[in-house]
Write a protein that binds this ligand. Structure first.
Ligand code: URA
Length: 439
């Protein structure tokens, strides 16, 4: 006979707090398929309507974490750290953050995802490096972390199976958009990676999952509470996603721009945000003493002296990729047969805004996003912003370049780009990406 969840559903329906054992019973039923879907779905809706306490959400995340393999790193001689971003346009921070943290003496076992809709995925970006593997087993992941200090790979089938079942059910029952589900879902996967320290980059703005600062703050606070409740050093930064991060949007172009930052160049806002997120993690880990040198100076030095870039190259090689492509972007995949289409400023002035969502959708029109049928994105297409928010621009001056393969998508992409840019008469205020720190 299957599990009977009726008493638990009734308790949540009536607004009661579930015990950790009751939450575990629900998650076990989802993992083992021992309760009918109708009961699981009823519980999902009761949670969406009546919410959960901090203790319930932590129990929910831990129960999902324990539904599959949980990675452990006690055998390493270094502390472990990881980062999670809620996703945005041009967000290639993970590619820089992981090797930079490895340079700071941390082991980084990072499990990343693929693009969803108009947001790019870290794995899709890395797969524009010829040969780069994102399907490592946990033994292979362990070997790369031991050998290089950082790894970025996809989720194995054994990690958090309960979330897969429940996420599928949520998507079929209109129960996705609830912090009480989203935060445990994200955190269960991060907790299962086993890193002792976790920094969360919660994006706010038109190109982000969370459109308002209040919603983003709530998600960040709830995720930090789960991380802390699970005994991990956890902090979050709320960061803006109204304009694309950096100048490159697309897969290969974002790898290229990440390499620029790893060699001490690249857009300042991308370098600064990456350093902010490293500093936040190191602070959360309680590791304030870096041999008398400020953490920021040490981070800048590892970018400027090329050591973080060498670390990235070592990670690429260890994951089967062509490390020479890191130093020669013409070797990245998808470069053949591309054409360029230039967008010029409609008038002179100062760029007051470049709407992140519109740029993300433009790149998706060119084929840079994952198709609704799950088809792989085109690694080569993308957008390059020649000018960014705050820059002066003359009438007719190019402000963006699209890398494309022609077709109907190009007209649609150009229309979206034209709608994205706002040119004003007066300079915009300073654009600090970090809005708030939550710890
Ligand atoms: N990402 C996740 O992993 N889970 C959610 O519920 C939403 C976004």
């Amino acid at each position: 006979m299957g599990t009977d969840l009726r008493d638990l559903i009734a308790a949540k329906r009536d607004g009661q707090e579930l015990t950790p054992e009751q939450v575990q019973e629900f998650v076990t039923a989802a993992t083992e398929g021992s309760a009918p879907e109708v009961q699981l779905a009823s519980m999902l809706m009761a949670v969406l309507i009546n919410g959960m306490s901090d203790a319930e959400r932590t129990g929910y995340a831990l129960a999902m974490m324990n539904s599959g393999e949980v990675l452990t790193w006690d055998h390493l001689d270094r502390p472990t750290a990881d980062k999670h971003s809620t996703g945005g346009i041009g967000d290639k921070v993970s590619l820089i953050w992981a090797p930079l943290m490895a340079e700071m003496g941390y082991a980084v076992p990072m499990i990343s995802g693929r693009g969803l809709g108009h947001t790019g995925g870290t794995l899709d970006k890395l797969e524009s490096i010829p040969g780069f593997r994102t399907d490592l087993s946990s033994a292979e992941m362990d070997a790369v972390v031991q050998h290089v200090g950082c790894v970025i790979t996809g989720q194995t089938a054994d990690l958090v199976p309960a979330d897969r079942t429940l996420y599928d059910l949520r998507s079929r029952t209109a129960t996705v958009p609830s912090v009480d589900h989203i935060a445990p879902s994200i955190m269960s996967k991060k907790l299962a990676e086993g890193a002792a320290t976790l920094v969360l980059d919660v994006k706010v703005g038109t190109g982000a999952f969370m459109k308002t600062r209040d919603d983003a703050r709530r998600l960040a606070e709830v995720m930090v509470a789960i991380g802390r409740g699970a005994g991990r050093n956890t902090c979050a930064l709320l960061t803006t996603m109204d304009a694309p991060l950096g100048r490159a949007v697309g897969n290969a172009v974002e790898v290229d721009e990440s390499v620029d930052v790893l060699r001490g160049a690249g857009p300042m806002e991308l370098r600064e945000l990456t350093v902010d997120l490293c500093e936040a993690a190191i602070g959360a880990a309680g590791d304030e003493d870096m041999g008398g040198i400020s953490i920021r100076d040490k981070l800048y030095a590892a970018l400027d002296d090329g050591s973080a870039l060498d670390r990235f190259g070592a990670m690429v090689a260890a994951q089967g990729g062509d490390a020479t492509a890191v130093f020669d972007p013409s070797k990245l995949l998808g470069g053949e047969g591309l054409s360029e289409s230039i967008l010029v400023a409609p008038r002179g002035g100062v760029i007051a805004g470049i709407d992140a969502l519109s740029v993300g959708l433009a790149v998706a029109e060119l084929g840079g996003g994952r198709g609704s049928d799950g088809s792989a994105p085109d690694p080569g297409v993308g957008a390059w912003l020649e000018a960014h928010v705050g820059d002066h621009i003359e009438p007719g001056q190019p402000w963006a370049r699209l890398l494309h393969r022609g077709g109907a998508g190009l007209d649609a992409a150009r229309a979206r780009m034209k709608a994205a840019v706002v040119v004003a008469n007066v300079p915009a205020g300073a654009d600090d990406r970090v809005l708030e720190r939550i710890s």
